[in-house]
Design a protein around this ligand. Structure first.
Ligand SMILES: Cc1cc2nc3c(=O)[nH]c(=O)nc-3n(C[C@H](O)[C@H](O)[C@H](O)COP(=O)(O)OP(=O)(O)OC[C@H]3O[C@@H](n4cnc5c(N)ncnc54)[C@H](O)[C@@H]3O)c2cc1C
Length: 470
């Protein structure tokens, strides 16, 4: 082992970057975080923390702090925009019975504050450091920031979100090494934007209860209202954008710029009694963002690695995937840093390749599920609306419970022990809810295939239409 310390440069101090910093810090691996923002204050609304993300935070000693800021989800309701109820699922034991971790709603800022406040080496975070270039060499990698400073290390990890500069610099590196057989087939996947998202945070609304998720199905859109701790309301509307629209897609903030987009939603029902207008009137922050989706087939090359939204931006599981990819690359880096082998580019690349090959399939599944669910839920045409009513009614509970389930493939922090948190109610084969799932699950392939085949036949006889807000 070398006498100098292995040094990791993390770009981005958000969910992925800070989780990785905790993993490295707990293994005594040196790191520097470069963050473009001026402070740890950021934007966003609420996140649903699932067992896969929760268990990693638990290993890092953060989960009890998270629970104090979160609301446990007790019910997941689905309405049509007319106010008609499709389904109300009691979620109290849906995941905690299986895993020991309930589904919880937490504000994005609260989660980031916990990750920041309890990081033992806060002095390693440098704000106001926008990364503009990464230059790898045989011995190290150097990261350059807009203010003219630079930091060198053994590995650079891009935790810098969907428009990752580290990812684009990694592709420049791959282009300049195209002759290498390992990069012959590598292709960067362009971002696709088929949906726009509008989100905000509102003061408590009479009739909306803490711990309840209200989902409303519209025509070409789906609305998700999550009521968190102290009945704070986090809302998010995902809108299928008509391909014919010539309106420019750019991030917009503030009530005046976002308000015109909100007009069609104001009279839509969130529950039987509450309309979106009541939430809108109590909202303090409004943001409109194009929702980029893509799944990158290449997460690492040379001394570069990318995690979180830089690799797997998706509409449904972004935060939990960010935590999982951070923990898994953390395991790889900790092992590499403790080895006797010299930290050459070839050695580090082969370790990162092993990490990537192990987790890419799992993250691809999350990405595919979230891609499909986003389209079915938005119901851009009549057969998608039929499909969402069918899946929404029969398979919502199973989908919610299994998506973030703990399996042998779920990432964990390998150098930390697994918490002794036990399921609130022991999981058993005679569990009536799970028995019910298995009956439904066995029927899914047959019934779904018949429905989809029928819908395809009928749809092919009609002209396809773009989604939009009706
Ligand atoms: C503003 C915002 C609000 C969101 N709100 C929600 C929400 O309410 N609910 C939800 O489920 N999901 C939300 N998401 C998505 C969810 O938070 C992400 O899926 C998750 O945060 C992914 O984490 P990440 O750390 O990979 O990337 P991000 O959270 O996107 O963080 C990337 C970080 O990198 C920094 N960065 C970017 N470029 C550079 C650079 N060149 N140099 C240095 N630093 C750089 C950014 O400032 C940011 O701090 C939001 C994302 C954003 C960006």
């Amino acid at each position: 082992m070398s006498n100098r310390k292995f040094h990791v440069i993390i770009v981005g101090a958000s969910i992925a970057g800070l989780t990785l910093a905790h993993c490295l810090s707990s293994a005594n691996v040196d790191f520097t975080i470069l963050e473009a923002r001026a402070s740890q204050i950021t934007q966003g609304t609420g996140l649903v923390l699932q067992p896969n993300g929760a268990r990693i935070l638990d290993q890092l000693g953060l989960y009890d702090k998270v629970l104090r800021q979160a609301a446990r989800i007790v019910s997941y309701t689905t309405y049509f925009d007319s106010g008609r109820l499709l389904l109300d699922i009691d979620t109290r034991h849906l995941t905690s019975r299986r895993t020991g971790y309930p589904l919880s709603i937490i504000s994005r800022q609260a989660l980031l504050s916990i990750l920041f406040d309890y990081l033992p080496r806060q002095d390693r975070i440098r704000f106001n450091k926008k990364v503009i270039q990464v230059t790898p060499s045989a011995r190290e990698v150097t990261v350059h920031t807009a203010d003219g400073s630079q930091v060198s290390g053994d590995i650079v990890v891009g935790a810098d979100g969907v428009h990752s500069i580290v990812r684009s610099q990694m592709w420049q590196y791959i282009q300049s090494n195209r002759h290498a057989a390992r990069f012959f087939l590598a292709r960067e996947i362009p971002q696709k934007t088929s949906f726009a998202g509008v989100f905000g945070t509102a003061d408590p609304v009479p009739g909306l209860k803490a711990g309840v998720v209200y989902r409303t199905f519209g025509v070409g859109w789906v609305m998700l209202i999550m009521v968190g701790k102290d009945a704070q309301v986090f809302w998010f509307i995902s809108i299928a954008w008509p391909h014919t629209s010539r309106q420019a897609w750019r991030r917009q903030q503030g009530k005046t710029s976002v308000a015109p987009l909100m007009a069609p939603f104001l009279d839509k029902h969130v529950s039987g009694e509450v309309t979106f207008m009541e939430i809108y009137d109590r909202t303090s922050s409004f943001t409109f963002v194009p929702l980029e989706e893509s799944f990158q087939n290449q997460w690492s090359a040379g001394r570069f690695a990318c995690i979180g939204d830089a690799t797997t931006p998706n509409i449904g599981q972004g935060a939990n995937c960010a935590i999982e990819t951070a923990a898994s690359v953390g395991n790889c880096i900790v092992l590499a840093s403790k080895t006797d082998a010299p930290w050459t580019e070839a050695y580090l690349e082969s370790r990162l390749q092993t990490w990537e090959n192990k987790y890419r399939g799992r993250m691809r599944l999350f990405s595919w599920v979230s891609h499909s669910v986003a389209r079915v839920e938005a119901g851009g045409n009549w057969w998608l609306r039929l499909l969402r009513s069918y899946f929404g009614y029969y398979h919502s509970a199973m989908g919610i419970a299994l998506l973030g389930d703990l399996t042998p493939q779920t990432a964990q922090v390998q150098h930390l022990s697994l918490p002794s948190r036990r399921p609130a109610v022991p999981k058993s084969r005679s569990d009536p809810q799970e028995r019910n799932w298995s009956v439904r699950f066995s029927g899914v392939p047959v019934v779904s295939t018949m429905i989809v085949a029928l819908l395809f036949i009928v749809q092919s006889l009609t002209r396809p239409k773009d989604g939009g807000v009706n």
